[in-house]
Write a protein that binds this ligand. Structure first.
Ligand SMILES: NC(=O)c1ccc[n+]([C@@H]2O[C@H](COP(=O)([O-])OP(=O)(O)OC[C@H]3O[C@@H](n4cnc5c(N)ncnc54)[C@H](OP(=O)(O)O)[C@@H]3O)[C@@H](O)[C@H]2O)c1
Length: 273
């Protein structure tokens, strides 16, 4: 099912680990000036303040696919400069131009993966796992010194979704291993958000983004970024070694969504206090 994993929020009671009530979350957020992460995913987006919004230039590596275009849609709506990357610069430009026209915005463009990565301060990798290592190895110079967000799920479809064994433990840990000499802060995030819903700009997601990584500051940056997507809350899911669990949840969701013809994501219960 390469065209999209069909993971949206229609069946939160099925796939959700728990659910935060929007109203309670809004109350929790209303008395604070500097918003904490639990406040950043307010479904209306109304609580986002200037304190939390730092405009970034974000490159989507492999951004011509549904997940890349979906994340590009949401990051653009949040006011960031977004560059859709492709192995073929013309394809990247075409995808960027099309999305900018669809959204009626000028903060979306396209380029080759190398140019996109060179221009960005946050680089999100959204290629198939089979292309993960080669893609990162080829962009080491452009990624050096920056934040790399890995959203790649090591999985294949073989009579249903199946995990791919990753010697490093997870795709995110593999990225950290590949880039260990390049001063890159590697963060795992966005694995559990369905491209199909991300691509619908008017649909709030009502989901958590589980964020893993070794660098606390970079993790906060990515959690804030996640929280700027309507209906999304960034949750600190721990160190890099927990990335495997986050990546594998996607496989569970794909299976559930296939059975229920749904687009479910995850909620972590009990964090709204
Ligand atoms: N789809 C979802 O709902 C979803 C949800 C969560 C996570 N993810 C993860 O996000 C990633 C992207 O998902 P997707 O559905 O958007 O994937 P996709 O459409 O299969 O691939 C995304 C892009 O990767 C590039 N690509 C393909 N093969 C490549 C190769 N051999 N080498 C380098 N680049 C290659 C292509 O861009 P160019 O040809 O333009 O270079 C393609 O448009 C995957 O790792 C997936 O597990 C997907």
């Amino acid at each position: 099912m390469p065209g999209g994993y069909a993971m949206s929020m229609q069946t939160e009671t099925i796939a959700a680990l728990g659910s935060l009530r929007a109203s309670r979350r809004a109350d929790a957020c209303s008395n604070t000036r500097i918003l904490g992460p639990a406040c950043l995913g307010n479904p209306s987006g109304a609580r986002r303040t200037r304190e939390t919004h730092m405009p970034h230039t974000i490159a989507l590596i492999g951004g011509t696919g549904p997940e890349g275009r979906g994340l590009a849609t949401r990051f653009a709506l949040a006011g960031h400069r977004v560059i859709i990357g492709s192995r073929d610069a013309e394809r990247g430009v075409a995808a960027g131009t099309e999305l900018a026209a669809t959204l009626g915005r000028t903060n979306v463009e396209g380029a080759g993966n190398d140019t996109a990565a060179a221009e960005a301060d946050i680089i999100v990798v959204v290629v198939p796992y089979s292309a993960h290592r080669a893609t990162l190895e080829g962009l080491r110079a452009q990624i050096a010194g920056k934040i790399l967000v890995d959203a790649v799920v090591p999985m294949v479809f073989d009579r249903g979704p199946r995990p791919v064994d990753v010697p490093a433990g997870s795709a995110t840990e593999e990225a950290a291993e590949i880039l260990k000499d390049d001063n890159v802060r590697v963060i795992g995030a966005f694995h559990n958000l369905s491209a199909e819903v991300l691509l619908e700009p008017d649909v709030p997601l009502n989901a958590d983004v589980l964020v893993t990584g070794a660098d606390a500051e970079a993790k906060q940056v990515v959690m804030a970024l996640a929280g700027e997507i309507a209906g999304v809350r960034g949750v600190d899911a721990g160190p890099l070694r927990f990335s495997r669990f986050v990546e594998d949840i996607t496989i569970l969701l794909v299976g559930i969504n296939g059975r229920y013809k749904a687009h479910a994501g995850v909620h972590i219960a009990g964090l709204d206090h």
